[in-house]
Design a protein around this ligand. Structure first.
Ligand SMILES: [Zn+2]
Ligand SMILES: [Zn+2]
Length: 129
Protein backbone atom coordinates (compact mmCIF):
# COMPACT_ATOMS: atom_id res chain seq x y z
CA UNK A 1 0.00 0.00 0.00
CA UNK A 2 2.65 2.45 1.09
CA UNK A 3 4.76 1.43 -1.87
CA UNK A 4 1.97 2.28 -4.33
CA UNK A 5 1.40 5.67 -2.76
CA UNK A 6 5.11 6.43 -2.91
CA UNK A 7 5.17 5.58 -6.58
CA UNK A 8 2.29 7.91 -7.35
CA UNK A 9 3.92 10.73 -5.37
CA UNK A 10 7.17 10.17 -7.16
CA UNK A 11 5.45 10.24 -10.54
CA UNK A 12 3.70 13.53 -9.72
CA UNK A 13 6.96 15.08 -8.51
CA UNK A 14 8.81 13.92 -11.61
CA UNK A 15 6.06 15.20 -13.89
CA UNK A 16 6.07 18.60 -12.17
CA UNK A 17 9.84 18.88 -12.53
CA UNK A 18 9.78 17.97 -16.20
CA UNK A 19 7.27 20.71 -16.96
CA UNK A 20 9.39 23.59 -15.71
CA UNK A 21 12.79 25.01 -16.58
CA UNK A 22 13.12 26.96 -13.34
CA UNK A 23 15.33 24.42 -11.49
CA UNK A 24 13.15 24.59 -8.39
CA UNK A 25 14.31 24.05 -4.81
CA UNK A 26 12.67 21.32 -2.69
CA UNK A 27 10.37 23.98 -1.20
CA UNK A 28 9.29 25.10 -4.65
CA UNK A 29 8.64 21.52 -5.78
CA UNK A 30 6.59 21.08 -2.62
CA UNK A 31 4.31 24.01 -3.50
CA UNK A 32 4.13 22.83 -7.13
CA UNK A 33 2.75 19.38 -6.21
CA UNK A 34 0.50 20.31 -3.30
CA UNK A 35 -2.60 20.78 -5.45
CA UNK A 36 -2.23 17.19 -6.68
CA UNK A 37 -0.90 15.74 -3.43
CA UNK A 38 -2.58 17.76 -0.68
CA UNK A 39 -1.34 15.49 2.13
CA UNK A 40 2.29 15.30 1.12
CA UNK A 41 4.91 16.68 3.51
CA UNK A 42 8.02 18.65 2.63
CA UNK A 43 10.10 15.78 4.03
CA UNK A 44 8.45 13.31 1.67
CA UNK A 45 9.02 15.61 -1.29
CA UNK A 46 12.65 15.90 -0.25
CA UNK A 47 13.09 12.12 0.08
CA UNK A 48 11.55 11.55 -3.34
CA UNK A 49 13.83 14.16 -4.89
CA UNK A 50 16.80 12.46 -3.23
CA UNK A 51 15.70 9.12 -4.59
CA UNK A 52 15.12 10.44 -8.11
CA UNK A 53 18.49 12.17 -8.23
CA UNK A 54 20.47 9.26 -6.81
CA UNK A 55 18.81 6.93 -9.31
CA UNK A 56 19.82 9.27 -12.14
CA UNK A 57 16.27 10.26 -13.14
CA UNK A 58 16.75 13.95 -12.34
CA UNK A 59 19.75 16.19 -11.78
CA UNK A 60 20.63 17.74 -8.46
CA UNK A 61 22.32 21.14 -8.59
CA UNK A 62 24.51 21.62 -5.58
CA UNK A 63 26.79 24.51 -4.82
CA UNK A 64 28.36 25.35 -1.49
CA UNK A 65 26.33 27.98 0.33
CA UNK A 66 23.39 27.71 -2.09
CA UNK A 67 20.06 25.99 -1.74
CA UNK A 68 19.91 22.69 -3.58
CA UNK A 69 17.93 22.80 -6.83
CA UNK A 70 16.53 20.10 -9.07
CA UNK A 71 16.36 19.69 -12.83
CA UNK A 72 14.12 17.27 -14.74
CA UNK A 73 15.98 17.83 -17.99
CA UNK A 74 18.63 15.15 -18.43
CA UNK A 75 19.83 16.34 -21.86
CA UNK A 76 23.49 17.43 -21.63
CA UNK A 77 23.59 21.10 -20.71
CA UNK A 78 25.23 23.53 -18.33
CA UNK A 79 23.85 26.13 -15.98
CA UNK A 80 24.17 29.82 -15.32
CA UNK A 81 23.24 31.12 -11.91
CA UNK A 82 22.13 34.69 -11.24
CA UNK A 83 24.31 36.37 -8.67
CA UNK A 84 21.37 38.51 -7.53
CA UNK A 85 18.41 36.18 -7.04
CA UNK A 86 19.92 32.71 -7.46
CA UNK A 87 17.78 31.89 -10.50
CA UNK A 88 19.32 29.17 -12.66
CA UNK A 89 19.16 29.17 -16.46
CA UNK A 90 20.13 26.50 -18.99
CA UNK A 91 22.97 26.66 -21.48
CA UNK A 92 22.41 24.70 -24.68
CA UNK A 93 24.57 23.36 -26.16
CA UNK A 94 27.07 22.97 -23.32
CA UNK A 95 30.38 24.80 -23.70
CA UNK A 96 33.06 22.29 -24.50
CA UNK A 97 36.36 22.35 -22.71
CA UNK A 98 39.51 21.71 -24.74
CA UNK A 99 40.44 18.04 -24.55
CA UNK A 100 43.84 19.01 -23.18
CA UNK A 101 42.32 20.46 -19.98
CA UNK A 102 43.89 18.48 -17.16
CA UNK A 103 43.55 20.06 -13.75
CA UNK A 104 46.34 19.73 -11.23
CA UNK A 105 44.49 17.69 -8.61
CA UNK A 106 46.98 15.69 -6.55
CA UNK A 107 45.46 12.61 -4.97
CA UNK A 108 42.51 12.59 -7.35
CA UNK A 109 41.55 10.65 -10.40
CA UNK A 110 39.61 13.25 -12.43
CA UNK A 111 36.34 11.80 -13.73
CA UNK A 112 34.32 14.73 -15.04
CA UNK A 113 33.79 18.45 -14.80
CA UNK A 114 30.61 20.25 -13.85
CA UNK A 115 30.76 23.87 -14.95
CA UNK A 116 28.40 26.50 -13.64
CA UNK A 117 28.49 30.02 -15.02
CA UNK A 118 27.60 33.05 -12.93
CA UNK A 119 25.67 35.99 -14.33
CA UNK A 120 22.93 38.53 -13.68
CA UNK A 121 19.41 37.84 -14.95
CA UNK A 122 17.30 40.45 -16.76
CA UNK A 123 15.08 41.15 -13.75
CA UNK A 124 18.12 41.79 -11.55
CA UNK A 125 19.75 43.95 -14.24
CA UNK A 126 16.65 46.13 -14.30
CA UNK A 127 16.59 46.40 -10.52
CA UNK A 128 20.18 47.63 -10.57
CA UNK A 129 19.46 50.46 -12.98
ZN1 LIG B 1 18.38 37.54 -10.83
ZN1 LIG C 1 19.05 22.72 -16.37
Amino acid sequence: MIQTRMTKQRAVILDALRHVTSHPTADEVYSMVRNKLPHISLGTVYRNLEYLSSSGTIRRLERAGQQMRFDGNMAPHQHIRCQGCGMVGDIFPPVELPACTKPNAPGFDVLSVDIEFVGVCHACQEKRQ
